[in-house]
Design a protein around this ligand. Structure first.
Ligand code: F6P
Length: 416
């Protein structure tokens, strides 16, 4: 057996991030000049069969023997193509399909036996993410002849059919079971020596961000008064700032904007989305601002006067201080991490990702990429007239605080 070429066979239920992972691996290998190609069974299905047939859940029923045979044929076609590719200049062939049952995987192991074969199982059962991913899937051309509700029903039924034959990786010779939301390896097994394994493993667990635009919502009444929390809307100036953001980003493709569930972030995002061709705003509660408990709606001066103990205790250790009936930065951290994972998973293949957050939220997001001691996190500078542009890949790190309103306002705009 040659030991420098590799078959990677993905497996997992629909909408678990397999195709996104395939593309991530392709890009990473190609960057390292490793000849790689993806063989996606869904593409064959869409080429050879009418969409009206393949969008229908019955096509995926394990009891539909004609369709089972057709799908197996597509799998065999790709086996042959992948084999031919590795026989020539190819080094890594990625076979992207559900491959949910043992029979199919036995067939693949038997047929693709001239180089090591590694299965990667993509696992993710987060309900919010699944809902949003399914919504995205049903907007693909495959479903364009169906209304949204029917498309969703068909897709959910398709998943149920796959669940009937789903067998997690266990008896296969080589595998990795991956939490595809967290980019975390859950278990692994190697019987053969797997070429490029160290690199591959690293790709699997690395959170890469090509272009993250991290924006703080624009000015609110509360900002002017130095009041915290609540759910205020934007001031006139805040609306103008949001408009300036929209103009600034008009030339860049933003497919998704992730916000909190609070009005000020949504309103800011709406002004940006208004100048994009197709841009979805997704509100994640994970990105809600720190909950100030009994201090919600108060100004800092009021807190100092009316609750001096609270004020001073927070000053002493701002990161760990928990507002009575509220939160601390330390408590927010896990939900912010969850929000980052969710937004990155949903943003998938788009190169630009945008988050419109809040002061404390953005400090924690920044500290995910930029090392800071915990005690320093609550003091990171988060202005409203600038945004952070972050790139964090294996080959490049960039953190830049940029103005967006230079050409919009004659006078220098002030952050609130
Ligand atoms: O003042 C705006 C705000 O977003 C408040 O809602 C929030 O309590 C505060 O910033 C967080 O910043 P700090 O931790 O510095 O009080």
């Amino acid at each position: 057996m040659s030991d420098d070429k590799l078959y990677i066979v993905l497996m997992g239920l629909p909408a678990r991030g397999k195709s996104t992972l395939a593309l991530r691996l392709l890009e990473a290998f190609r960057k390292d000049h490793i000849h790689t190609r993806i063989f996606n069974n869904g593409n064959l299905r869409r080429i050879y069969r009418p969409l009206a047939e393949t969008s229908c859940a019955e096509f995926y029923s394990p009891n539909n023997s004609n369709a089972v045979e057709l799908r197996n044929q597509f799998a065999r076609m790709h086996c042959e193509k992948a084999k031919a590719y590795l026989d020539n200049s190819g080094q890594v062939a990625i076979l992207d399909a559900t491959n949910a049952g043992r029979n199919r995987r036995e067939m693949l192991e038997k047929y693709l036996n001239n180089h090591p074969l590694l299965f990667i199982e993509c696992i993710n059962d987060d309900e919010d993410i699944l809902d949003l991913s399914i919504l995205e899937k049903t907007k693909l051309p495959e479903f364009k002849h169906l209304d949204g509700k029917t498309a969703k029903t068909e897709f959910l039924k398709r998943i149920d059919y796959y669940k009937m034959i789903y067998a997690p990786l266990k008896v296969e010779r080589n595998y990795v079971r991956l939490d595809s939301l967290q980019n975390k390896i859950l278990s692994e097994k190697h019987t053969d020596a797997i070429p490029l394994y160290a690199r591959l493993r690293d790709y699997l667990v690395t959170d890469e961000v090509k272009n993250l635009f991290l924006i703080r919502h624009t000015q609110t009444e509360y900002n002017i008064e130095d009041r915290i929390g609540g759910d205020p809307g934007l001031t006139k100036k805040g609306k103008e700032q949001a408009e300036a953001l929209g103009q600034f980003f008009a030339g860049r493709k933003i497919s998704y904007i992730f916000t909190s569930s609070l009005l000020r972030t949504k309103r800011t995002a709406e002004a940006i989305a208004a100048r994009q061709d197709a841009c979805r705003i997704i509100a994640l509660k994970e990105f809600n601002e720190i909950h100030a408990g009994v201090c919600e709606g108060m100004t800092y001066a009021e807190i100092e006067k009316e609750m001096p103990k609270v004020f001073r205790a927070r000053e002493t250790n701002k990161y760990a201080y928990v507002y009575p009936e509220g939160e601390s930065y330390a408590m927010m951290k896990p939900r912010i991490e969850e929000g980052i994972k969710k937004s990155f998973f949903l943003n998938r293949r788009a190169h630009n990702i945008m988050i419109v957050g809040h002061q404390a939220v953005n400090r924690l997001i920044l500290s995910h990429f930029l090392y800071r001691r915990e005690v320093d996190v609550p003091y990171i500078y988060i202005p409203q007239d600038r945004f952070y542009h972050i790139v964090s890949t294996q080959n490049k790190k960039l953190f830049e605080l940029k103005r967006y309103d230079k050409h919009f306002f004659k006078k220098t705009a002030q952050g609130g």
